[in-house]
Design a protein around this ligand. Structure first.
Ligand code: MG
Length: 183
């Protein structure tokens, strides 16, 4: 029997498993957080980054954004959407910005540092974001790339606020639960 943490909901399980199915691991997102925050915190560890990614993924609005965006990517990949949106999402058309709008519902869950980090990482496209943007792969990741960037940006914001003491319950080093409400 696989023992899952008691506090993991069906919705979170589903969101995590879709991320995995679409080639994104928590470690990949933690690496983006490290990329964004290492210059500000010299003792930053990958463990700190991963912890904050996990906390962001506990938010219901984040889980909803993941599940919605990935479904649209998958349907476009299977050619199951109606014209003209099928073609727009399939080709990841430049002027289509709804992928970013969905991502914005994630970016702001931990304050405005997330907003600037999201813009920065979207331009730089490090790590997994470069892979997701490789249109040669035949996969459609029109929504997923923005969602992954947004999770990393929100986790960066959370990390910065917790180091600053704005999330006082958090003890990053000990990985104690921070007692946050999940909604
Ligand atoms: Mg996109």
């Amino acid at each position: 029997m696989i023992l899952l943490p008691k506090d993991i909901s069906e919705l979170e399980k589903s969101a995590l498993s879709w991320l995995h199915k679409r080639g994104v691991e928590l470690e990949d997102i933690a690496e983006l957080v490290f990329y964004l925050q290492a210059k500000y915190f010299k003792d930053l560890t990958m463990e700190d980054c991963r912890f904050n990614v996990e906390r962001v993924l506990k938010k219901r609005e984040v889980q909803h954004a993941i599940l919605t965006g990935i479904q649209l990517d998958v349907l476009a990949e299977q050619n199951k959407l109606a014209a003209p949106i099928q073609d727009i999402i399939y080709r990841d058309e430049n002027m289509y910005g709804i992928d970013e709008v969905i991502a914005l519902s994630i970016v702001n869950v931990y304050g405005s540092i997330g907003f600037t980090s999201y813009g920065y990482i979207d331009k730089q496209k490090p790590g997994i974001l470069k892979k997701l943007n490789d249109h040669e792969s035949g996969s459609v990741h029109t929504f997923l790339d923005d969602i992954v960037g947004a999770i990393a940006a929100a986790a960066s914001s959370r990390l910065a606020h917790s180091f600053a003491g704005d999330i006082p319950e958090v003890t990053i080093k000990s990985k104690e639960t921070d007692g946050e409400k999940e909604e």
